[in-house]
Design a protein around this ligand. Sequence first.
Ligand SMILES: O=C(O)CCC(=O)C(=O)O
Length: 303
Amino acid sequence: MTTIQPNKSSYETHPTNRLIEQGGVPRVSIHDMTPKFFRHEFQLPNQPVVITHALDSSIPVSIDKLIALVGEVEVLTRIYGEDRFSRPKAEWKSYCEMQSMTISRYCDHLKDGSAKRHHRYLALVEMGHTALRSVVGPCLELIANRTGLLQHPEFDMNLWVGPGGHVEPLHYDGMDGTLSQFRGAKRVSLFSPKQTKNLYPFPISQGKMSPSFSQPYIDQPNFEQYPRLTEALAHRKIIILDEGETLYIPVGWWHEIEAIETDYICSINRFWTVDPVWRYAKAPEAGFFLLLAKLSQLRRKLK
Ligand SMILES: O=C(O)CCC(=O)C(=O)O
């Protein structure tokens, strides 16, 4: 780990600030964060940062706590299946299967090992209207207040629960995001939007997989098939996001997320408005992808 002195302007505004860098990504305590500092150092330059101590009042969120608060809530869960990750992504017929069940039932799958065996993941489940807000809401508000991030009008907070070892494949989002670790740790690989062409996004014409996903497996690279991956891997940033930490993932940044081996992990992510909108110029593919998603949403509404 290296200690970085912030540049003069931010140093003058925050003489106590020290950024600790791990894997090429700085870490800042929520107590040292201010909207001005966040905007100049991270949001405007479109750079990721790990924010520490924002979740101290609510960690850990155990499955017993989840069951007590939201066990009866019915949600859609993902099933990737036993052999999906041993097959080339280009052979996948869809991203995953979906199955509806209560959160308690999903926790049974975690406890009896079938979530791990069949790669079941409770992923991206909107929970803003549930009792979970009383536990994690104040932490997310603290992050919003200290960073100045603006909540996206269409998205609230999403729950992610899954077994240790699960890998969520490399992709980017069309908005700013924060990923908060409420239980367990994750290994996160990050690539800047400048690496997009070297990460071989699925072509739009392919139809089955979104162009926001990368075709190769970055931990088992096939350089013959994907020669430009060498260049991308030279720019890979890897961090361990520990329990209690929050990662700011700026729009267009590629991320692959592996739950560190343990019984289970629990995270909450949130999407934020890309502000100012010209930041899409730093991640043009993400802007284009968002536009496509909006058009298909409109088409569905008009039908
Ligand atoms: O934690 C995960 O498994 C994926 C999270 C993610 O993709 C996100 O926060 O944007």
